[in-house]
Design a protein around this ligand. Structure first.
Ligand SMILES: C[S@@+](CC[C@H](N)C(=O)[O-])C[C@H]1O[C@@H](n2cnc3c(N)ncnc32)[C@H](O)[C@@H]1O
Ligand code: SF4
Length: 368
């Protein structure tokens, strides 16, 4: 109830037509945000229109590439409340964010998550937001799919690395394949479009890619393969897990006809169409192909820490300005200052000289 009331006061006044001004030949502020506020543009001229928010660092799985078995989770007081998360997301929307992805940890294990989803969906109704979506491991989808669809979410990313129940258990440590498959069924039945994300793990699931392609495409779902990124201490060597997707693609090309296409979802994936199935296959290759030049996104953790780049440590604390004042002025100032520091790109490396994680934080902190 409190959430609803606070939110109504913050509903944007309507989106102002995007335009830019030119002064002395250089582009100046763009007014692209809802309520006519200036949009967030980084020093390289990239419009920040995509926000990914990790709503919890907790998860009901312990995927081997993402978490160690004994993770220490954040104290509750450090984690933003649902109201605070809503306010933070709404501030970004007011400053031109058009696409919002909730992730985690596992977003659907956050208590009250549907209150947040339902309340954020008002930005879809006002037209301030083009898309509200989630990345999930699928374990809770059977429970939430209908409600998610009813909130105006059109598509979901579901992470699934294998169709082999034993392998699934080994990769996720705690997960049940049947539960995830039931979740995917429920989401498809609810009319949600699904993209499957699979992390490519050398010697673990690489033999299954053809099978995953046929299964996903056979059900009308696109599939994206992701290279393992060196985030967080996981208690196992990355080098052993890392499979360059250039190799995976070459192997797949022996079996399928892969045609490069221009299709982009605003994300870093490059897509091919698989002639035999008619479906799309994406490759996210942060290690073998740097995708930074067109980066339009930033990430916020559940503690309100803003990461301007997934692959860099530099971050800004937005929780402090958020909690310091009921007005959003301090928050906007902190956002502006942070975006002015968005780096040109990441510098991930996995090789024999770099056996430690490139970054100390786990993927579950920023949500991928
Ligand atoms: C951190 S999870 C959060 C959302 C949800 N729990 C899920 O698994 O979809 C987001 C995505 O990051 C991927 N991921 C996690 N750790 C990774 C790593 N070290 N390298 C590459 N992708 C990773 C997961 O496979 C998943 O697709
Ligand atoms: S990848 Fe997703 S499901 Fe797996 S441990 Fe990380 S947050 Fe949980």
């Amino acid at each position: 109830m409190i959430l609803e009331e606070t939110l109504q006061q913050r509903v944007p006044m309507g989106r102002v037509k995007a335009h830019s001004m030119t002064m002395n030949g250089t582009e100046a502020q763009k007014f692209d945000g809802a309520a006519g506020r200036p949009s967030l543009v980084d020093p390289f001229g990239r419009d920040i229109s995509y926000l990914r928010v990790s709503v919890t660092d907790r998860c009901d799985f312990r995927c081997v590439y993402c978490m160690s078995e004994n993770m220490a989770f954040l104290p509750k007081a450090d984690v933003l409340t649902l109201e605070e998360l809503d306010r933070l997301c709404s501030a970004f929307i007011a400053r031109g964010v058009r696409k919002l992805r909730l992730t985690g940890g596992e977003p659907l294990v956050r208590r009250g998550i549907m209150t947040l989803v339902n309340s954020l969906s008002r930005h879809l109704h006002t037209g301030a937001l083009d898309e509200l979506t989630l990345t999930t491991n699928g374990s809770q989808l059977a429970k939430y799919a209908q409600e998610i669809k009813a909130a105006g979410v059109r598509r979901l990313n579901v992470s699934l690395d294998t169709l082999d129940a034993e392998k699934f258990r080994a990769i996720t440590r705690w997960g049940s394949l049947d539960q995830v498959l039931a979740g995917i069924d429920a989401a498809l039945a609810a009319g949600l479009k699904i993209k499957i994300n699979a992390v490519a793990l050398k010697g673990v699931n690489d033999d299954e890619f053809p099978n995953l392609i046929e299964w996903a495409h056979g059900r009308g779902m696109d599939l994206t393969l992701i290279e393992v990124m060196p985030l967080g201490e996981i208690g196992e060597g990355r080098l052993e897990q890392y499979l360059p997707l250039s190799i995976a693609r070459a192997r797949l090309a022996e079996r399928f006809s892969l045609a490069d296409i221009d299709y982009r979802t605003g994300g870093p994936a490059r897509y091919v169409r698989v002639a035999e199935t008619g479906g799309l296959l994406g490759f996210i290759t942060p290690m073998t192909h740097n995708f930074c030049e067109s980066c339009n996104r930033v990430r916020v953790t559940c503690t309100g820490t803003l990461y301007m780049c997934l692959g860099q440590e530099d971050a800004a604390d937005l929780r402090k300005p958020l909690r310091a004042s009921e007005s959003d002025d301090l928050l906007f100032a902190a956002m502006d200052e942070a975006i002015s520091r968005k780096p040109k790109g990441h510098d991930f490396v996995i090789d024999r000289r770099h056996r430690r994680p490139a970054l100390a934080r786990h993927m579950s902190a920023t949500g991928g």
